[in-house]
Design a protein around this ligand. Structure first.
Ligand code: ATP
Ligand code: MG
Ligand code: MG
Length: 351
């Protein structure tokens, strides 16, 4: 069978490997860190830095198609891989989502709403950004942020020096604070034929900048649910996208505002593992392998909760809940703020 190369060996790479394996594919993980969660389940692992051109070349030669589980792959590595094997989702999706300014320019260019934003490089541009965007606002690093890292809130203009210091010299973006009612996300998929399928939007609650819980169904009205799915399809089509994408949205009285997009399987899509016949991981593998998309319709009400750090102590109790599916990532070391696993609690099976 064909071999799918996956850049990144975290829990997303692990769950992609399991899904690929179930379809008869082999997986080959490329990951700089030692003992990545995906290594337990992948067929092959290359441990090398993204700067190692020889290792990247050998990896490409050993696989049929390359995908990834995180978006911050260095451009130099992608430049090396691209002539050798197809990279799905493609370079354009990566380029756009690696920089919050480029991403927001793209989204607003499609006619979608985002928070007001401005680029910030120094005290003068921050002052101008505050004048343009207003306060409260959030200053975020343009690149490499995740789980709320690299963010600083400004309640007033006087917070500017502290917020700028928090960026530690990294190029930043100032975003106006969106007074949202709640947050939802759409997990969308598009295959090489251009077919698009979206999962039912989930409602997300964050704690300390990290996703805590996703609930399906969300509180979205039928009209807003349609808006959410249609705007996701618009994004996928504009990028000629192949694979699964997560689109994070703020729900406001004025409609949906796009927070950010992630060109990969997404934590808020983990509920699909127990709520759908074809989950987001299989859907992604199907798409990048050039297969038809599967049926992602929801057959149960599900609450997904992340197990972060010491939440692992709850596993024995959770294991006694008969309708709670446990998904543990096999990470040896428990650390505060570290995603160790998640649960999918089936609330009301549909009749
Ligand atoms: P992820 O792990 O989802 O990639 P991230 O580090 O990229 O996280 P964001 O999604 O930008 O972070 O922000 C994390 C959370 O902070 C959001 O889900 C939302 O709750 C809040 N937030 C971010 N930006 C804004 C904003 N402009 N207005 C209001 N709340 C915001
Ligand atoms: Mg993000
Ligand atoms: Mg986010």
């Amino acid at each position: 069978g064909a071999t799918i190369g996956i850049l990144g060996g975290g829990q997303l790479g692990r769950m992609l490997s399991v899904a690929a394996s179930r379809l008869g594919f082999r997986t080959h993980i490329f990951e700089p860190g030692a003992h990545p969660p995906a290594a337990d389940v992948a067929h092959q692992v290359t441990t090398a830095p993204y700067e190692d051109a020889a290792a990247l070349g050998a990896f490409a030669a050993a696989v049929d198609v390359i995908t990834y589980e995180f978006e911050n792959i260095p451009t130099t590595a992608l430049d090396l891989l691209e002539p050798l094997r197809p990279i799905r989702p493609g370079r354009e999706a990566l380029r756009i989502s690696q920089d919050r300014i480029t991403e927001k320019d793209f989204l607003t260019g499609l006619g979608l709403k985002t928070a007001p934003y401005a680029a910030v490089d120094d005290a003068a541009s921050l002052e101008a950004a505050i004048a343009a965007v207003g306060v409260p606002a959030i200053l975020k690093t343009r690149r490499f942020g995740y789980d709320g890292k690299g963010q600083s809130r400004l309640m007033a203009a006087t917070d500017a020096p502290r917020a700028l210091a928090d960026m530690a010299g990294s190029p930043a973006i100032l975003e106006g604070f969106v007074d949202f009612q709640y947050e939802v996300s759409v997990i969308g998929a598009r295959n090489t034929r251009g077919d698009v399928a979206c999962y039912d939007p989930g409602e997300n609650v964050h704690r300390d900048g990290i996703l805590h819980r996703t609930t399906v169904p969300s509180r979205l009205s039928a009209a807003l649910r349609m808006d959410a799915v249609l705007l996701t399809a618009r994004i996928l089509n504009a990028l000629d996208y192949v694979g699964v994408m997560g689109v994070e949205l703020f729900v406001t009285p004025q409609g949906l505002i796009v927070n950010e997009i992630a060109p990969r399987v997404h934590n808020s899509g983990h509920w699909t593992q127990n709520g759908c016949t074809i989950d987001q991981f299989e859907q992604h593998i199907r798409a990048v392998a050039g297969w038809p998309l599967g049926d992602g319709s929801r057959h149960a009400d599900v609450v997904m909760e992340n197990l972060i750090g010491a939440d692992m102590d709850r596993v024995p109790d959770l294991a006694r809940e008969p309708a709670t599916a446990l998904h543990l990532y096999g990470k040896a070391e428990v650390k505060a703020g570290r995603k160790m696993g998640h649960i999918n609690r089936i609330v009301t099976p549909k009749g």
